[in-house]
Ligand binder design. Structure first.
Ligand code: SF4
Ligand code: SF4
Length: 649
């Protein structure tokens, strides 16, 4: 079975000589295998782009090689996928095969690379998009459920006859079930809602706030659901502010609360961790589970069904009962596997081989070790030492939660003197808004300390630093290629940084058109491609999908080892920190008020200190050694806390 994909954003018929048509051997025999739209036999859309007939195509691949803009893919797929199409985005567009299955009273997770159909699947399940079963003529893209589309639903219900999805789609189409949906792109919320956070939450609250009488997240609590969740999510101060003034982390939590207080049967969350620190991630996951999946009536079953897309595997491991993995080729096709237990699904994903499907998704497995690999090596020499310093913001608003300084309150960071060792990756951990980014900015020379550092205004002298800030912006009209090549690359940079981070594939794109994950990868590449003695990466995994994170970890680790350079990396993904770091710098404090660096520690000691503050324990998976969050209050959790072993045993 073969599919032909035309990447419409890349195809430029006015700038090429239509090589795809010219060189196709089938066209030469007179078959209409590739026809330009607007010409005889085309679709008449008039944009001049080709339409490729999958029935007539012989799969020789000549058009793929001849197209100067890399706009065509001809992909051979297993015959078993024939008839499994759920949705296709137009002629020669992306195809999604299979469908996740929501489970009553359970949390189902979706894991996979961006562009393989996770958001499409979740939109179909929430009724925001009518699937066309791969037949692009049947239903218009992005069609919203209405009377006209019911014909489409009948075909869908028939297709899933005899499966759990038949009942689900039947009930959805007849409005017998209610759904609540949290979108992925929370940055768009202020564009659609102009007002205070409290007004936003009251507009979505269907729980019987105050009386505890509704059926939503507040039911049976005796307290208003909004008030309870606002408190549990640490949003008391944010709730009276304008939605447009919220930081990313606050907006993410508000969006989750707005979804939780709906009175629905099925809840869909398209990512919950972006912008959140580890403490907030664990807390949000816990609240979702408690609010929606608790067995309130004591019949042994949870109340609601939840489907969640998530790229933080430690959080997904804690939250989900089952997972569906999605594999394929981003932007071309995606396949949803059958449900797997969460532990098995994540282990298979990390191993790179899906057993039941007999599919390899990655050349090499991602392997964890009980102790970080370089801890075993001989002691490293000290590379730089810095003096202690203070940095205070006198009541001036900062950049939001990721930075420090809340308007009218002020913020003080106290950093102890410390050192960075030669060739080490020093992980930096702590809650949001307690000074980590400020610390890095002072080290990078981006801002001056208020006191200390010998009064020189600079903490590190005479060393070259390359710094990637927390927030990266890509508003430029420049192409990725022009941007990257303006950095004076070496051959080693191209091989050790650009290729493994997947930048080559993005070169023709404009910087302003990059997705959040793509922009982050370009920013990390730009930082690593600067010659420097010390590299500082502030939240390099923000907005990355799981595969991009895997590429990032391998690239940064190899870069530090091969070049013998030192690195400081702030991040909130516990797998990334575990796999990357040699030592940990731990921050403590009260968000937005004060922060201090407690110093640098070995991995176990540092993680213990950090997790003790959060009240969260981790164990190691016996077969893969990956860290797993213990259920709070479980026997394992209690046992580890009693022994003071918050991180792996
Ligand atoms: S697919 Fe390639 S060769 Fe064909 S029209 Fe588009 S840009 Fe030109
Ligand atoms: S792969 Fe198909 S469409 Fe492309 S040149 Fe060969 S036969 Fe023609």
């Amino acid at each position: 079975m073969r599919i032909a994909i035309l990447k419409r954003d890349k195809c430029q018929p006015k700038k090429c000589e239509q090589e795809c048509v010219k060189y196709c051997p089938m066209v030469r025999t007179g078959a209409e295998t590739i026809v330009l739209s607007g010409s005889a036999g085309g679709d008449g859309s008039g944009d001049g782009k080709p339409k490729i007939s999958e029935e007539l195509c012989e799969g020789c691949g000549i058009c793929v090689k001849k197209c100067p803009f890399d706009a065509i893919s001809i992909i051979g797929l297993p015959e078993e996928l024939k008839g499994e199409e759920t949705h296709r985005y137009g002629e020669n567009g992306f195809v999604l095969y299979g469908m996740p299955i929501p489970k009553p009273g359970k949390v189902v997770g979706l894991v996979g690379e961006n562009g393989t159909g996770k958001s499409t699947a979740i939109k179909i399940l929430s009724g925001l998009q009518v699937p066309n079963l791969g037949s692009v003529e049947k239903v218009v893209e992005d069609e919203v459920v209405d009377a006209e589309a019911k014909g489409g639903w009948n075909a869908i219900i028939k297709k899933y006859a005899g499966s759990e999805l038949q009942n689900y789609f039947n009930a959805l189409q007849k409005d017998k079930i209610k759904v609540a949906y949290k979108p992925q792109n929370i940055d768009a919320i202020p564009k659609f809602f102009d007002g205070k956070v409290r007004e936003l939450l009251e507009s979505t609250d269907e729980s019987g706030t105050g009386a505890g009488a509704g059926a939503g997240a507040g039911a049976g609590t005796g307290a208003g659901a909004v008030e309870r969740l606002v408190k549990n999510f640490g949003l008391e101060e944010a709730v009276e502010r304008e939605v447009k003034d919220l930081s990313g982390g606050e907006l993410q939590r508000v969006a989750v609360v707005a979804c939780l207080v709906r009175d629905a049967d099925f809840y869909f969350f398209d990512e919950i961790t972006p912008y959140l620190d580890i403490y907030q991630r664990v807390s949000v996951a816990k609240q979702i589970k408690e609010s929606l999946c608790g067995d309130r009536d004591g019949d042994g079953n949870g109340e609601k069904s939840v489907v969640v897309v998530e790229h933080d595997l430690a959080v997904l491991d804690m939250l989900a009962d089952y997972v569906h993995l999605l594999y394929g080729s981003p932007g071309e096709y995606g396949v949803v596997t059958m449900p797997k237990s969460t532990n098995r699904g994540i282990n298979e994903y990390l191993s790179g081989f899906l057993q039941a499907e007999n599919v390899r998704i990655r050349d090499k497995p991602i392997e964890f070790t009980a102790h970080p690999p370089r801890e075993k090596q001989e002691a490293r020499s000290v590379f730089i030492e810095y003096e202690g310093f203070e940095k205070s913001y006198g009541g001036v608003g900062g950049e939001g939660e990721g930075s420090e300084g809340v308007e009218g309150k002020g913020f003080v960071l106290a950093a102890k003197a410390g050192s960075v060792e030669k060739g080490e990756v020093l992980g930096v951990v702590g809650r949001n808004a307690i000074g980590k980014s400020t610390f890095l900015k002072v080290l990078a020379g981006e801002t001056e300390p208020t006191a200390g550092a010998g009064g020189s205004g600079k903490v590190l002298l005479d060393i070259k630093i390359s710094y990637k800030p927390q927030y990266v912006r890509g508003a430029s009209e420049m192409s990725v290629k022009d941007f990257i090549y303006s950095l004076k690359l070496t051959d080693a940079d191209a091989v050790e940084v650009l290729a493994p981070l997947g930048i080559r594939k993005l070169e023709e794109k404009q910087m302003k058109d990059l997705s959040g994950g793509e922009l982050q990868s370009v920013a990390v590449a730009a930082c690593l491609c600067q010659p420097a003695d010390l590299y500082i990466l502030d939240e390099p995994s923000a907005h990355l999908d799981v595969e991009q994170k895997v590429r990032l970890i391998k690239t940064v680790r190899r870069f530090a080892e091969r070049r013998g350079v030192s690195m400081l990396v702030v991040d909130h993904d516990i797998y990334l920190i575990d796999l990357l770091s040699d030592r940990l710098m731990v921050f403590d404090g009260v968000p937005g008020v004060w922060g201090e660096s407690k110093g640098c520690f070995g991995m176990q000691e540092g993680m213990n200190l950090f997790l003790q503050d959060l009240g969260v324990t981790f164990r190691r998976d016996l077969s893969t050694l990956r860290p797993r969050i213990n259920k709070i209050g479980s026997a394992k959790d209690r046992e580890q806390k009693a022994e003071g072993k918050y991180y792996y045993l």
